[in-house]
Write a protein that binds this ligand. Structure first.
Ligand code: AKG
Length: 307
């Protein structure tokens, strides 16, 4: 690939960000004019304080990684992929459906849109997200485990009930993965932002317990096994990235606003992640390695490695 310094002086990064004196120019691949995989001006990555916050809380709101034009490209791709989901002559995602199965409270889930959309494929290699992900995981290399769009339509978008990610991913181990969640709308209390329980990633696998909760708000206890349970709403602005650990208790309430709520969760795995053949998951059909082997292959591409 032909790499050169970008020639445009237009930053796709807000220059008033903390520590902006450390802004630096990074290379971007020619021909990728939307810049979704790269940043023209890279900010300093996560500070030690932010990394400590993630390790304590199990989640972290980071910075803007996409400008408005890039978000528009990705929004159009979400619409296109949903509209063209019946076509057999173009690449399709692994899943594209309303996962609530309730027409009055839909949540569109699109799994592996990166396999159906070039701009989303470029997002999986976004330089800033991958660098920050490596900081949070300590990884030497990163692969995409899978991605998923979570789209709650205006006014009637449904609930994504409380869960932990790792127990829902029983075909991979260890359970240390981190998700980068990128907002494609301003996501807040009104349109169904995520909620997180700080510190819950340190309490182990309690997915069976979380399944007993039926009401998103009322069933959250004040305490669990001696730990105070606090719910924190996590608003994220359009184009920003938010990280959460795969054992953090989280979910999102309904979208009662007049605005759509679109976001993509990029579920990364470190290069040490292995395949566990006893489990079930919609990505299992694409695994080509033996039980216990490092999980790799064309459906789990390498997106970053330490140089
Ligand atoms: O977008 C949401 O509401 C939830 C996403 C989620 O559960 C995840 O990224 O793990």
């Amino acid at each position: 690939m032909d790499w050169r310094r970008p020639t445009t002086a237009t930053p796709c990064w807000p220059v008033d960000r903390k520590n902006s004196q450390h802004l630096r120019v990074v290379a971007m691949p020619l021909g990728m004019t939307d810049g979704i995989s790269s940043v023209l001006f890279a900010p300093p990555m996560l500070t030690p304080a932010q990394i400590a916050e993630f390790k304590t809380q199990g989640y972290l709101r980071s910075a803007k990684v996409l400008d408005d034009a890039q978000v528009e490209i990705l929004r159009a791709e979400v619409e296109r992929v949903i509209d063209q989901r019946e076509r057999t002559d173009i690449p399709q995602p692994v899943l594209c459906h309303n996962f609530t199965h309730n027409e009055t409270a839909p949540v569109w889930q699109i799994v592996n849109i990166w396999e159906a959309s070039a701009p989303f494929k470029r997002l999986t290699t976004n330089a800033l997200i991958c660098e920050e992900m490596a900081q949070l995981t300590g990884a030497d290399s990163l692969r995409i485990w899978h991605d998923q769009i979570q789209y709650k339509p205006a006014a009637r978008g449904g609930i994504n009930m409380w869960h932990q990610d790792a127990p829902l991913w029983p075909i991979i181990a260890p359970m240390t993965e981190v998700t980068a969640w990128v907002a494609l709308d301003d996501v807040d209390d009104d349109n169904g932002c995520m909620s997180m329980v700080p510190g819950s990633h340190l309490w182990g696998d309690h997915m069976n317990y979380l399944r007993t909760w039926k009401d998103f708000t009322k069933d959250v206890p004040a305490e669990f096994e001696g730990h105070p349970v606090t719910v924190r709403k996590c608003p994220v602005k359009k184009g920003e990235v938010h990280y959460h650990h795969s054992l953090t208790w989280h979910g999102s309430h309904a979208n009662t606003s007049g605005r759509p709520r679109r976001a993509i969760a990029l579920h990364f795995m470190t290069g040490e992640t292995r395949y566990v053949a006893t489990g079930e998951h919609c990505m299992k059909q694409f695994v080509t390695v033996e039980d216990g082997a490092l999980l790799q292959g064309e459906h789990f591409p390498l997106v970053w490695s330490r140089r």
